[in-house]
Design a protein around this ligand. Structure first.
Ligand code: NDP
Length: 453
C-alpha cells in the first residue's frame, strides 16, 4: 500500500467509523487509482479522490407505518446522493434488515464508477431501508412504500435523482413507490426505473442485470476464443439477478447447477432448465417461498441449509467452469475462492455487488482467472435503467430486440474499456483495476471541468 493510499484509508476510517463495507469498497478503488495518480498529478492537486469518497449529500429519515394488526412500526430510510458530476444521481433502493448507512455508502460509491462505465450520463446514488418485505402482506408493503416515498419525493426527480430496485425492491415495490410519487407530485415522469411495462417501464429491464453479467462472461471468454456453450455454472441467489442469469446461461448453451436463498442452496446436477426455472420464478416472485421447495419438487436434487458454524459456503465447492455470485456482498471469501479454483472454475462474473472479499479477489487475481468485478459485470441493470430514462424522455418505447441489442453493445463497450484501461496502465488481464480506472477517469475529468463544487 502506498503512502497516499494509507493516508486516504486512515482518513476514511476516522471519518466513517463502523462502516467496514464502505472502507472495503474505497480501498479497492484507491489502490487501483494510485496507478492513475502517478500519471495525473493534477487529479491529486484538485483532491479528486478526497472529494469522490465524500457523498455530495446523505439523507436519513423516519419511516412510520401501520401493520395489519394496527400496530405502529418504525423503520429508517436513507438516500445517499454520492456524485452527480456526469449526470443525475442514479442507483437502486434496497429493503433488507441488514441495511445501514455504511452498506448504502459502499453501494453508492460503487455505483459512481459502474454508471460511468455504462457510457450513459448517470451519476451515482443508492438508498433503501432496514424494512424487511419478507413475511409482510401486500398491504403492509404498500403502506410502507407510501410512507417511504412521502419523505423521499422531495429529494428525487427525473433530472435530480432516479432510484430503481435492488434487494427486496422489485416490480411490486416500485409500483407502490411510483404511485405515491405520482399522487404527491401530480406528474407522470421517469422518476423511478424498473417500472411496469404498462406505465413507463422498459422491455428487458427485469432481465438486464442477469443477462448483462452473462454477456460480460461471454465477452471475457470470447477474448480467449471460447464461449459458454457446454459450460457448467454455479449461481447463488434466486432473486431477480440469479433468475435472469440462469435464463441467459441456458440460452447460450450452458448449464446452471445451483441456486440459493438466505436459508440454503440447491444442487441440481441435471441443470436448472427453462421449465425448472419457471418453477423458481413462480416460487420466488409469486408465492414468495423458499428455495428448499425446489429439492422437494425435483428428483436428484440436494438441498443444503446454511450452516453458520462453517467458515465457507459449500455452494462454491462443486465442479464447474463458471460462477455467477448473484445474492449479496461478501458471499465468497478466500476459502470459497480456493474451492472454486480447485473445482475448475476459471470464469467469475459478479451479478451481485462486491460479492467477493478482498482476500477472495486476490486469490482470483493470483490465479489469473477471468474475473469480472460487479462494477463492470453487473452494470447491465443500470444501463437499461438509463435506456428506460431515455425512452421516458422521448415518450416512446423501443422493442425487446432494440433494448437487448443496446444492452449487448454496452456490455461489450464496458469489456473493451476495462481491457484498454488495464493495458494502458500496465496491469493486463486485471479487470478490477481496469474497471476502477476506466470508471474513475470519466468522472475525474468531469469534476475537473466543473470546478471545486
Ligand atoms: P433480490 O431481492 O431479487 O434477490 C436477492 C437474492 O439473494 C435472494 O435469493 C436472497 O435470498 C439472497 N440474499 C439476499 N441477502 C442475502 C444474504 N444476506 N445472505 C444470503 N442470501 C441473501 O435482489 P437482486 O437479485 O436484485 O440483487 C442481488 C444482488 O445483485 C445484490 O447484490 C444487488 O445489489 C445486485 N444488483 C442488482 C441489480 C438489479 O438490477 N436488481 C443491479 C446490480 C446489482 P432471500 O430470498 O432469502 O432473501
Amino acid at each position: 500500500m502506498s503512502e497516499y493510499v494509507a493516508q486516504i484509508m486512515e482518513d476514511v476510517k476516522a471519518k466513517n467509523p463502523a462502516e467496514p463495507e464502505f472502507h472495503q469498497a474505497v480501498q479497492e478503488v484507491v489502490e487501483s487509482i494510485d496507478l492513475v495518480l502517478e500519471k495525473h498529478p493534477e487529479y491529486r492537486q484538485a483532491k479528486i479522490m478526497e472529494r469522490i469518497i465524500e457523498p455530495e449529500r446523505v439523507i436519513m429519515f423516519r419511516v412510520p407505518w401501520m401493520d395489519d394488526q394496527g400496530i405502529v412500526q418504525v423503520n429508517r430510510g436513507f438516500r445517499i446522493e454520492m456524485n452527480s458530476a456526469i449526470g443525475p444521481y442514479k442507483g437502486g433502493l434496497r429493503f433488507h434488515p441488514s441495511v445501514n448507512l455504511g452498506i448504502l455508502k459502499f453501494l453508492a460509491f460503487e455505483q459512481v464508477f459502474k454508471n460511468s462505465l455504462t457510457t450513459l450520463p448517470m451519476g451515482g446514488g443508492k438508498g433503501g431501508s432496514d424494512f424487511d418485505p419478507k413475511g409482510k402482506s401486500d398491504n403492509e408493503v404498500m403502506r410502507f412504500c407510501q410512507s417511504f416515498m412521502t419523505e423521499l419525493y422531495r429529494h428525487v426527480g427525473p433530472n435530480t435523482d432516479i432510484p430503481a430496485g435492488d434487494i427486496g425492491v422489485g416490480a411490486r415495490e416500485i409500483g407502490f413507490l411510483f404511485g405515491q410519487y405520482k399522487r404527491i407530485r401530480n406528474e407522470f415522469t421517469g422518476v423511478l426505473t424498473g417500472k411496469g411495462i404498462n406505465w413507463g417501464g422498459s422491455l428487458i429491464r427485469p432481465e438486464a442485470t442477469g443477462y448483462g453479467a452473462v454477456y460480460f462472461a461471454a465477452e471475457m471468454l470470447s477474448a480467449r476464443g471460447e464461449s459458454l456453450e457446454g459450460k457448467s455454472c454455479l449461481v447463488s441467489g434466486s432473486g431477480n439477478v440469479a433468475q435472469y442469469t440462469t435464463e441467459k446461461v441456458n440460452q447460450l448453451g450452458g448449464k446452471v447447477v445451483t441456486m440459493s436463498d438466505s436459508n440454503g442452496y440447491i444442487y441440481d446436477p441435471g441443470g436448472i432448465d427453462a421449465e425448472k426455472l419457471s418453477f423458481v420464478m413462480d416460487l420466488k416472485n409469486v408465492r414468495r417461498g423458499r428455495i428448499k421447495d425446489y429439492a422437494e419438487k425435483y428428483k436428484g436434487v440436494t438441498y443444503t441449509p446454511i450452516d453458520p458454524s462453517k467458515d465457507y459456503n459449500p455452494l462454491w465447492d462443486h465442479k464447474a467452469d463458471c460462477a455467477f455470485p448473484s445474492a449479496t456482498q461478501n458471499e465468497i471469501n478466500a476459502k470459497d475462492a480456493e474451492h472454486l479454483i480447485k473445482n475448475g472454475v476459471y470464469v467469475v462474473s459478479e451479478g451481485a455487488n462486491m460479492p467477493t472479499t478482498p482476500d477472495g479477489v486476490n486469490t482470483f487475481l493470483e490465479h489469473k482467472i477471468l474475473y469480472g468485478p460487479g462494477k463492470a459485470a453487473n452494470a447491465g441493470g443500470v444501463a437499461v435503467s438509463g435506456l428506460e430514462m431515455a425512452q421516458n424522455s422521448m415518450r416512446y418505447s423501443w422493442t425487446r430486440e432494440e433494448v437487448d441489442n443496446r444492452l449487448q453493445f454496452i456490455m461489450k463497450s464496458i469489456h473493451t474499456a476495462c481491457v484498454d484501461a488495464c493495458e494502458r496502465y500496465g496491469v493486463k488481464g486485471n479487470y478490477v483495476d481496469g474497471a476502477n480506472i476506466a470508471g474513475f477517469i470519466k468522472v475525474a475529468h468531469a469534476m475537473m471541468d466543473l470546478g471545486v463544487v
